[in-house]
Design a protein around this ligand. Structure first.
Ligand SMILES: Nc1ncnc2c1ncn2[C@@H]1O[C@H](COP(=O)(O)OP(=O)(O)OP(=O)(O)O)[C@@H](O)[C@H]1O
Length: 122
């Protein structure tokens, strides 16, 4: 379908849809709520321990990575449930692999948090 809207209006609308999607994620996904609480805790820790600019960059990048992959995982789960609501081995595999991606990002985030904060306690 051809879009006759001016480019800038079209882009602003897309940002609006993306913002709406982010709010839906925050309101409906328990795991995103937990991850947001952890993100808030490490942001407070960042100010408390007065971490360096490089440490802030690593911390913010990891928060963004985990939250965004969790969002993609949620979208994959929703697609899987929509196309095949009943139990199926392949749906299980798809969901497990998507959850595995979140797990990888989380391991990286925890590792970076350890690199930043463990020396502050020693
Ligand atoms: N339709 C299905 N067919 C086969 N296995 C499924 C199916 N739905 C869920 N599973 C299995 O159950 C696991 C959990 O699925 P579920 O959709 O409940 O995600 P979840 O981990 O609870 O997600 P979240 O916590 O992000 O809401 C999947 O990873 C998969 O192993």
């Amino acid at each position: 379908m051809q879009n006759k809207e001016p480019f800038i209006i079209n882009r602003i609308k897309s940002v609006g849809f993306a913002f709406k999607g982010m709010l839906i994620l925050i309101r409906t996904e328990a795991s995103i709520k937990v991850q947001l609480c952890i993100a808030l805790a490490v942001i407070i820790a960042g100010f408390y321990f007065d971490i360096s600019k490089t440490e802030w960059i690593a911390q913010i990048a990891m928060i963004g990575l985990v939250l965004s992959i969790e969002g993609i995982n949620t979208a994959i789960e929703a697609i899987a449930d929509f196309i095949h609501p009943d139990y199926h081995k392949k749906i299980g595999l798809i969901k497990d692999v998507a959850a595995g991606a979140v797990f990888i990002a989380s391991i990286a985030a925890v590792t970076i948090a350890c690199i930043i904060y463990i020396p502050k306690f020693t």
